[in-house]
Design a protein around this ligand. Sequence first.
Ligand code: GCB
Length: 579
Amino acid sequence: MLYPQANEIRMTSKLDGMWKFSNTSQVDLKKPLTHAQLMAVPASFNDQTLDKQLSDYVGTVWYERNFAVQPETLQKRLVLRFGAVTHQAKVYINGQFVDQHVGGFTPFEFTINDYVQVGINDLKVAVSNILDNTTLPSAAYDEKTNHLEPRFDFYNYSGIHRPVVLYTTNFTYIDTFDINYQLTGEQAVVTPSAEIVGPYDQAMITYFDEDEVLLGQSSLGGSFMIDKPKRWNVMDAHLYAAEIKVYQKGQLLDTYRQEFGLRTIKVEDGQFYLNDKPVYFKGFGRHEDFIASGRGENLALTNLDFNIMKNLGANSFRTSHYPYSEEEMMLADKRGFLVIDEVAAVGLYNDFSVNTGISQTDSSTWQVLQTGKAHKQALKELVERDKNHPSVVMWSLANEPAGQQEGAYEYFKPLFEYMRTLDDRPLTVVNISMSGYQLDKVSSLCDVLCLNRYYGWYVDNDDLTKAKQDLAQDIEGWHELYPNKPIIFTEFGADTIYGKHSLYHEPYSEEYQWDYYEANFQVFDKYDYVVGEQLWNFADFKTSPSLIRVMGNNKGVFTRERQPKMVVKLLQKRWHKQN
Ligand code: GCB
């Protein structure tokens, strides 16, 4: 599915703005919503009102707005596209059910010609935020009490989270356009592929460099050579563009422009190579999270976050724990960040909740969870959406599944095999400490070992000497098992309350956070096969209430409002030196 683009053939029109909203279950599809209030789109609905019940709401809510259709629009194919609706959307136009989509973090679209009329049309979207044993993320849901217990540590924000766009094409249209290439030595051979629906007799592709200089042309199915290409590099991005034009008897029927970057990735001998040079990942696990807008797209915030990360000397992040917005991925391409792109497979651990912790005796995850089907679908949608992004250098198939429990290998093996048919980037599953090297059954499938470890916080709290020993032993244990697989620490961190200071460097103080990170860095620096550090987390973020969460997760090195904690100075110094 292509990202919406306006050009000489395609018209786009955004449906963002204030929508009508209601959480009543009684909706007459033929009539406007009654007792409706106003809700901004794109955004989560949870934190836009003062209503606590709505903030914590579990179930279906309704959104509604009108849109206008002109007579000439109906001469075209008319498409309604949602960037993401979390977690399930049912779409109705003029009272008729159009279709639905399950999965809260990937786009979906419907051709709507058969449902619309010239003039004003009514659009209603029923959005459900119920998660259970079959969904990604996974949650324990009790239908009788309507109680939802997330198996993950972030707020279950919901709503129409990303832009809603109406667009037109001709009835012959480009459905997909992907840029494949081989990069060897001083040459790139680019072989785009496209799926075109409807009759046409010619498809041509024109190539441009970053300064819009025309490089040449090829026909679809052919290839194009770029001599001495400027490579896309970490924090030094170069983007080319390919423009496809589809004709019938000389008449232009559709066109689409796709940017692309040229770079190689190789994982070998305990190193991660980008353009044949070993790279060290410096950065964060993050969240799409902010006051009022919740998990809704917030481009100004994304821009600020990227500028802050650059200022710190960071070069990477993980889309913990779900695919981030398409606009954010495009910005990552332009800025040169390395992205570990994660599907929303979080909570694949039965009996896990932030309130109750993990029961060490329960080992029924892979019997209880029925997420296989949703997982495969989510991987497919993720790769289809993100494969053209040069910033994506690895796919993460899950965060912290119960990798040590019986059935884990059998669950993941087909998913890895499936992913390898879709794309050739390295694959990982982010490992939880309960699934340590002695027990884990999944990491043999991974190209890179991504470890989330909390020595000095959940383990060895307030004892950084012991924390360092345990961390070192953990690293060495993994390396002995998998000597050729590089290790990236994708999470490590300590809850830190902004403004809390301590003469005795107590946990929760800004001093402790500083010491915690310094201790971890000292250990990482001893091992050349540790090729990255992504701190948990970039900023404080909202979670469900819990005794161990002081109004959210406070492991940010920034507050939720992006005020820096002390440790930022340490990072700045360390990361700029590493360049
Ligand atoms: C983890 C999870 C992350 C949590 C973090 C924490 O291992 O992957 O989602 O927020 O720990 O702070 O406990």
